[in-house]
Each structure stands twice: as C-alpha cells, then as structure tokens.
Design a protein around this ligand. Structure first.
Ligand SMILES: Nc1ncnc2c1ncn2[C@@H]1O[C@H](COP(=O)(O)OP(=O)(O)OP(=O)(O)O)[C@@H](O)[C@H]1O
Length: 352
C-alpha cells in the first residue's frame, strides 16, 4: 500500500529500518525489525507542490512503475515534503539512518534542498550505524518547472527514464559548490550560483511560479525595473582583488543551465572539479533583446561584453557597498553581496 510519510513524524530510531515505509513488497511488516541489508534502502523525497502540483500528480502515476522496477531489489520509502526546507531535514535524517540513496523528486529547488541535506554545519552528514565505507547516493527524478540540472546531464523529460537510471545504478562523483553568505552561513549548490540582475530576476520569478515557465519572463521584466550595472571586485582562487566594471550579472556554474533553460555557463561540468564563471558586463536592455537567443544556445561567450574563466573559488564584493545586490544559488534567493563560492570536488555520489 502506498503511504505518504511526512518526515516530521519520523523519529531517528524509526526511520530505518524502513519497513514501516516499505512500498516495494510485503516481505517486511511493521515490526521495526531490521530488514536484511542485502536490500538497499532508497528514500524518495517528493515535493507535491513542485511545478504547480504536477510533481505530486506525476509521482502518483509513477509509483507503480517504480515499485515494479526497483521494488524487487530495494526498500522504497517515500517522504512527502510539507513545506520549504523540509526536504533538507528529511535527507539528513535519511542519511543518518543509513539510507543507501536519497532521490529528489521535483524541480531544482527540491534538488537544492536535498543536496543541502547531505551537509550539516558545513560538513558531510554521516550514517550513524554504518561502517566508514558506507555512502548515500543522490538521485533525481526531475519533475519541476525548469529542471535545469537535468538539462546539463542531457536527460530527456521522461520520469520513467529517470527510474531506469536508478535501477541501472551507474554512479559518478559530482562536485558541489559552497556559497558562504554575508552572515558566514554556508549554502551548498549543484547547479548555478549567480549575482545581480539574474539573481534578482530569479527572486521575482519564484513569486510567479503559478504562471509556469512564464515566471522567468515576468521575473526578468520586474528585475529590469531600476536595474543598474555595478562595479564589483572579485578575488579568484585566493589571488588579488580585481575590478570588474559595470557588471550586469556574474554567474558561477557547476552545471550549465539556469532560469528554465538558459545555457549561461555552457562549458561548466559538474565532474570537472572547477566552476565556469561567466560575467556579463554593461548589458543594456536591447542587448537582451538581440542576444537572448545566444544566451539560450550558450553561444554568448564570444560576445565582447562577456568574459569567462575556470575557477575553484571566487569572492565577490560590491564597490559602492549599498548591500542590495541579489545573490541566489540553484534559483533560491540567498540574500545580498558579499559572497564567496568554493568548489567541493567529487563531493557526492550521483546516479547518472
Ligand atoms: N509541501 C510544500 N508546499 C509548498 N512548497 C513546498 C512544499 N515542499 C517543497 N516546497 C517548496 O517548493 C519550491 C519549489 O519546488 P521545486 O523546485 O521542486 O519545483 P519548481 O519550482 O516547480 O521547479 P524548478 O525549481 O525546477 O523550476 C521549493 O523551494 C520547496 O522549498
């Protein structure tokens, strides 16, 4: 029987063994006894509200297929999020409980929260009762509005194919970005962190998700109101400070796409051990009209007011210091400059 389990109701001791949440077979009853470890424990973190509720609907349709394909070899636990950041807590608890995989079911926001759940106070979360060799694999069933991370991987928009990848079980280690905000707090990201106009547009887009993909257009139009290109200082790989004139947007890519399909950091690769940083300078509104197609195709790097470089860390500060330059990562608003991004190479194992 399919059960939607809210992680809030799970205690650490009851989370694993996960027989109580096992959707895959009748082999385990609600005794709380440990199932044999020959069966892996896979936790699916589902955002029912993703893509205006489409995620929840699609997930219900996908469950029988998932049970059929993965059920014979795994205990399948589903955990439905109750609100923002809930996926972070569910993931931490699952990893501590010894989950073999945590799979984000939703969009980039859900994936972002699950990735953040792999860390606690800046360090990787570890399983409580497993040996040092145990690791939890991250998985993704992309069912969001933008689902930009899946684009970098070249995945088609087919949840059954995503299930097959998990069944196949091919893993590789992927890099994770760490963004240290003004407060000193660390946020982890898997896709793109960005600063200024694009981050402001993302902030507004998140308020209009009910409009579907149109939210990105509305966000961009709102962000243009009162926008100024600003001088910023950057410090790359712990070198000296460099001045960047009239920055429109500064994008730090662990992967290639943001904003619902814009190939902003086209040479970024989450297994390269480095970010691709792309800086758009002195863009006027008409540049976006004439060059937008290039931004979507990823052919903008040859433009005179676009520069790119490969970095392992980058620190960005405002020159004028008004404190109102937006910062976001993976489409989540994180506050304002200053910010520092550092790469954690091969930080998480991922089903690809
Ligand atoms: N039960 C819930 N109710 C409301 N919001 C939720 C709930 N669970 C998660 N969320 C929030 O929903 C937000 C958006 O989710 P998600 O990224 O999965 O979908 P999306 O925004 O449609 O897709 P994308 O980010 O790929 O454009 C996340 O920031 C998450 O915190």
């Amino acid at each position: 029987m399919a059960m939607a389990i809210a992680a809030a109701s799970m205690s650490k001791s009851s989370f694993f063994p996960c027989s109580a949440f096992d959707l895959s077979s009748d082999r385990y009853t609600r005794t709380g006894d440990s199932p044999p470890r020959s069966r892996k424990d896979f936790v699916f973190v589902v955002n029912p509200k993703g893509a205006n509720g489409r995620t929840g609907r699609e997930w219900k349709k996908l469950l029988p297929y998932l049970q059929e394909r993965l059920g014979p070899q795994c205990n399948i636990c589903q955990s439905i999020t109750l609100g923002r950041y809930h996926a972070v807590d569910i993931t931490r608890e699952a990893i501590r409980g010894g989950a073999d995989a945590v799979v984000a079911v939703g969009g980039d926001g859900t994936l972002h929260e699950v990735v953040n759940g792999f860390f606690w106070e800046g360090n990787p979360v570890l399983a409580n009762d497993q040996g040092p060799d145990h690791s939890t694999t991250l998985g993704l069933i992309p069912l969001g509005t933008g689902s930009d991370f899946a684009r970098t991987l070249g995945w088609r928009n087919d949840p059954c194919e995503a299930v097959e990848r998990i069944v196949e079980g091919i893993r590789s280690k992927i890099d994770v970005g760490v963004l240290t905000a003004n407060s000193g707090e660390k946020h982890f990201f898997i896709n793109v962190a960005d600063i200024h106009l694009s981050a402001k547009a993302g902030y507004y887009a998140s308020k209009y998700k009910t409009f579907g993909k149109l939210c990105y257009v509305i966000g961009a139009l709102k962000a243009f109101i009162g926008h100024d290109n600003l001088d910023m200082k950057i410090k790359v790989d712990e070198g000296g400070w460099e001045l960047c004139h009239k920055v429109t947007a500064l994008c730090i890519g662990n992967a290639k796409y943001f904003g619902g399909g814009m190939k902003i950091t086209p040479t970024a690769n989450p297994t390269s051990g480095a970010f691709e940083v792309v800086i758009l300078q002195d863009f006027k509104w008409y540049d976006f009209v004439f060059k937008l197609h290039k931004l979507y195709r990823g052919t903008h790097l040859s433009e005179p007011n676009v520069c790119t470089r490969s970095v392992k860390s980058i620190e960005v500060v405002e020159v004028t210091g008004k404190g109102d330059v937006y910062v976001q990562s993976d489409g989540e608003h994180l506050g304002f400059l200053p910010a520092k991004c550092t790469i954690l190479p091969a930080a998480i194992e991922f089903f690809r």
